[in-house]
Design a protein around this ligand. Sequence first.
Ligand code: GRF
Length: 202
Amino acid sequence: MKNIVILISGRGSNMEAVVRAAQAEQWPARIAAVISNKADAKGLEFAAKHGIATAVVSHKDFPSREAFDDALQETIDTFQPDLVVLAGFMRILTPGFVEHYAGRMLNIHPSLLPLFPGLHTHEQAIASGLATHGATVHFVTADLDHGPMVDQATVPVLPGDTPEVLAARVLEQEHELYPRAIRWFIEDRLRIEDGKVHVDHT
Ligand code: GRF
């Protein structure tokens, strides 16, 4: 049984999709904890209702990024994670923290990386006149929104799309994409070689 720790900062709809998939598909894994840097993160309620341990480590309680990441790491590690899942966790992580979870920390980003790292991805996709947009699941490296890519999902950008409408279309795909990628990790089907992820589909 593998332990998954999920980090959120807000709504937590991706976390919810992962929890539901893990239950419905009876993954050989348990969501050991959901941890937030914000006490009012909406997703904490869902996690608690589902009997998942929750914790809050507020970045505001620490004088530096390093001190926060140290405390966060300490909290995460009490749950002995095989995998750390970033699901809308809105913090830039220090290299030491990222290194500690190298090869066992995933993130979902709402763009087709390497396009549009950072914030406001949907606005940028519309402004660029792209016909296709989407989301990416990748292993986390010290480089923000980069790192070996596990899988991507695409959606069309339609005439008249607002960032909100496009975000909702992408989010629907994220809820399929992220649980699937996490399941591959849990089933030991992912291998990183020369900075690229190979998925064993046999
Ligand atoms: C998602 O769009 C995800 O790709 C990005 O942050 C958003 C989080 O949404 N990293 P939610 O909290 O999972 O609902």
